[in-house]
Unconditional design. Structure first.
Length: 527
C-alpha cells in the first residue's frame, strides 16, 4: 500500500508538492524503525514559488500595525497550548526525548513563553531603537527586511527551536518579516502540527496568507540556492558546522544575511580551590550537565579543564564513576551516532584516551554510552584543533593542566564558544588565577558563567546565546532573548528631512505609545 505524502504549505495554501524531487520518512530513534508518514522533498521551482509568495507577503506586512503581529504571536502561543498533547506525543515518537518532563513541562512552555515575549516586544516598540536628531531632521529605526526569512530548524529542540514556532521564527516574525520554514527531517510531523496550528490562527488574523510557509526538505544544492536568492531577506540556521559553513559561503557570495549557530564545546574550568572546597558537589553538577538530554545540547560541556593535582584527580574519578554507572540514552538520529564515532576517532588520534564508555550498546535504536576521555594539558596544546572537536552527544574530554599558567595557555588556544564556565573557591583562594583567566575567556565565548554549568538557557532579555566563530557566524548577536534576538532580522531605515505625516509613527514627534524608549537628541526618553 502506497503511503500518501503530506502536503506543503506554500503561497497561502496547503497543497500537494509539485514535481517533488523525492520523499522521505522520519525514524523512531528508540527503535530505529521508519515512521509510517511520508513527506516530500521540494524541488527548486516550488522553493522559488515560496520565495515569490514570501516577497509579496513582506510588502503587505510592512503596512501592518505592530498590534496585528503581536496579536498573532499571542494567539499562536494559545493555539500551541491547546494542541499540547498531540505535539508532545508526536515529538516523543520522532525524537525519543522524554514526554515528561522534557517536552511537556520544560520545552513546550518555553516555546510559548518565547512567542509571548516576542509579542510583548512588538507592542512595546522600543526594540526598533527609534533615533531622532531634531536639529538635522534625520531619523532612523529598525524595520523589516523586505523579503522572507528562511529558518532552518535543528534536530535537538523540536519545540523551542522549531523552524515554524521556535526562537528564530518568533524573532523574524516579530521584526515584521514573513517566514519560510524548512523543517528538520528528524521531526517533520512535529513541525507540520505547528504549521497547522499557526496557519489556522493566521487565517483569522490580519497577516497575509503567505506570512507562514513550510517546506519539509530539499536537496543540499537547492538549500544553497535558497539562502543566496536575491529576494530572501535573511536566513537562520542551527546545526552542524559543515552544513552551516556551506550555507554561509553561498549566502555571503550573494550578499545575503545569514545567522548561524554551529559548533561549541563550552569549556568548563574547575579551579583548584573550588575542587578542594566542594569537589564532590561540582562532580555531580558537571556529570548532570554533560549527560543531560544524552549530551545533545549546544551548551553541553565538551571540555573540562582542571589542574592535575590530588583534588583534580579526585573529581575526575568521581566523574568517571558516574559515567560508568549511567545507562546509555536514546540519540536523536543515526547521524548523531555517526558524528560521535567520528569525533572520538579524531580525539583519540590526537592523543586522548577513552577512560569510560566509548561504544554503542547492542539493541534497537540509536544509542551510545556516556563517554569520558582524558588528556594532559601538554598533549592538548600540541593539537588543540582536533582535541576541541565537537562530539555532539554524551562525550566530554578532561584536560589535566600541569599548572595555573598552563590552564591559561589552554584557554588561549580555544576557538570561539557559546559559553565558558569557571568554578572557583567561594573565598579568595582562586582569585589570582580567575583574574588572569577571565579576560582570556571573555574573548572566547558569548556567555561567561561563574560556579554554574552552561546547560539551561533562560529566556530573558539579557540572555546571550551566541558567540565568536565557530559557535556562530557573527559574535554580535543572540538567538535567545527578546528584543535583542529580533535585530538579526531587521534593516536600519533612515529618513532624512521627510515630511512628518510620511514618517513611521515611531519617528514622529509624538511618542506613539507614550511608553516606548527613543533616543532623541542624544537622550533616551519616553517623550
Amino acid at each position: 500500500m502506497t503511503v500518501p505524502m503530506h502536503p506543503v504549505l506554500v503561497a497561502g495554501a496547503w497543497r500537494p508538492a509539485r514535481s517533488p524531487a523525492g520523499s522521505f520518512r522520519a525514524s523512531n530513534p528508540a527503535t530505529g524503525e521508519a515512521i509510517d508518514e511520508m513527506y516530500p522533498v521540494s524541488g527548486f521551482p516550488e522553493i522559488e514559488e515560496a520565495i515569490r509568495a514570501g516577497r509579496a507577503a513582506a510588502a503587505e506586512m510592512a503596512a501592518l500595525s505592530p498590534d496585528a503581529i503581536a496579536s498573532f504571536l499571542d494567539a499562536y502561543a494559545g493555539g500551541i497550548e491547546a494542541c499540547l498533547a498531540e505535539l508532545v506525543r508526536t515529538a516523543h515518537l520522532e525524537t525519543g526525548l522524554a514526554e515528561e518532563p522534557r517536552l511537556r513541562t520544560v520545552e513546550l512552555p518555553r516555546t510559548v513563553f518565547q512567542l509571548r515575549q516576542a509579542a510583548a516586544a512588538v507592542r512595546d516598540r522600543s526594540w526598533c531603537r527609534a533615533t531622532i536628531d531634531t536639529r538635522a531632521d534625520i531619523r532612523s529605526k529598525f524595520g523589516p527586511l523586505g523579503g522572507p526569512v528562511v529558518v532552518f530548524g535543528p534536530n535537538n529542540f523540536p519545540f523551542a527551536y522549531n523552524s515554524i514556532a521556535g526562537t528564530d521564527f518568533a524573532s523574524a516574525l516579530a521584526a515584521g518579516n514573513p517566514v519560510i520554514a524548512k523543517a528538520h527531517p528528524c521531526h517533520p510531523g512535529t513541525t507540520r502540527l505547528f504549521a497547522e496550528v499557526g496557519f489556522t490562527i493566521l487565517k483569522a488574523s490580519r497577516l497575509p496568507a503567505a506570512a507562514l510557509q513550510l517546506l519539509y526538505h530539499m536537496a543540499p544544492e537547492d538549500g544553497l540556492a535558497l539562502v543566496a536568492h536575491p529576494d530572501v531577506g535573511a536566513s537562520a540556521f542551527t546545526g552542524s558546522r559543515l552544513g552551516g559553513l556551506r550555507l554561509k559561503e553561498a549566502a555571503d557570495r550573494a550578499g545575503r544575511p545569514i545567522y548561524l549557530e554551529m559548533s561549541s564545546v563550552n569549556p568548563v574550568f574547575l579551579l583548584p580551590g573550588a575542587l578542594r572546597q566542594r569537589g564532590e558537589a561540582i562532580a555531580a553538577e558537571t556529570f548532570g550537565s554533560c549527560t543531560l538530554g544524552a549530551g545533545q545540547f549546544c551548551t553541553k560541556p565538551g571540555l573540562i579543564i582542571l589542574q592535575g593535582d590530588e583534588a583534580g584527580e579526585a573529581l575526575y574519578q568521581k566523574l568517571k564513576r558516574s559515567i560508568v554507572e549511567s545507562p546509555p540514552q536514546v540519540l536523536l538520529a543515526r547521524t548523531v551516532l555517526d558524528g560521535i564515532r567520528a569525533g572520538l576517532e579524531t580525539m583519540v588520534g590526537a592523543g586522548a584516551e577513552i577512560a569510560a564508555g566509548g561504544r554503542s550498546p547492542e539493541g534497537p535504536g540509536f544509542r551510545f554510552q556516556n563517554t569520558l576521555l582524558r588528556v594532559s594539558g601538554g598533549v592538548f596544546l600540541k593539537s588543540p584543533k582536533d582535541l576541541q572537536h565537537e562530539a555532539f552527544g554524551p562525550v566530554s574530554l578532561c584536560v589535566f593542566a600541569s599548572s595555573s599558567g598552563q590552564i591559561c595557555e589552554i584557554a588561549a588556544s580555544l576557538d570561539g564558544n557559546l559559553t565558558a564556565s569557571v568554578f572557583s573557591h567561594s573565598g579568595g583562594d582562586d582569585e589570582t588565577l580567575y583574574e588572569t583567566l577571565a579576560p582570556i575567556l571573555r574573548g572566547k565565548c558569548g556567555r561567561l558563567l561563574n560556579d554554574k554549568v552552561p546547560t539551561g538557557v533562560a529566556v530573558t532579555p539579557a540572555m546571550v546565546h551566541g558567540g565568536p566563530y565557530p559557535a556562530t557566524g557573527h559574535p554580535g548577536f543572540t538567538a535567545v532573548g527578546f528584543p535583542a534576538a529580533m535585530i538579526r532580522f531587521a534593516a536600519l531605515h533612515g529618513y532624512d528631512h521627510v515630511r512628518p505625516h510620511r514618517l513611521p509613527p515611531e519617528l514622529r514627534d509624538a511618542n506613539p505609545t507614550g511608553r516606548m524608549m527613543r533616543l532623541i537628541d542624544g537622550e533616551w526618553t519616553m517623550k
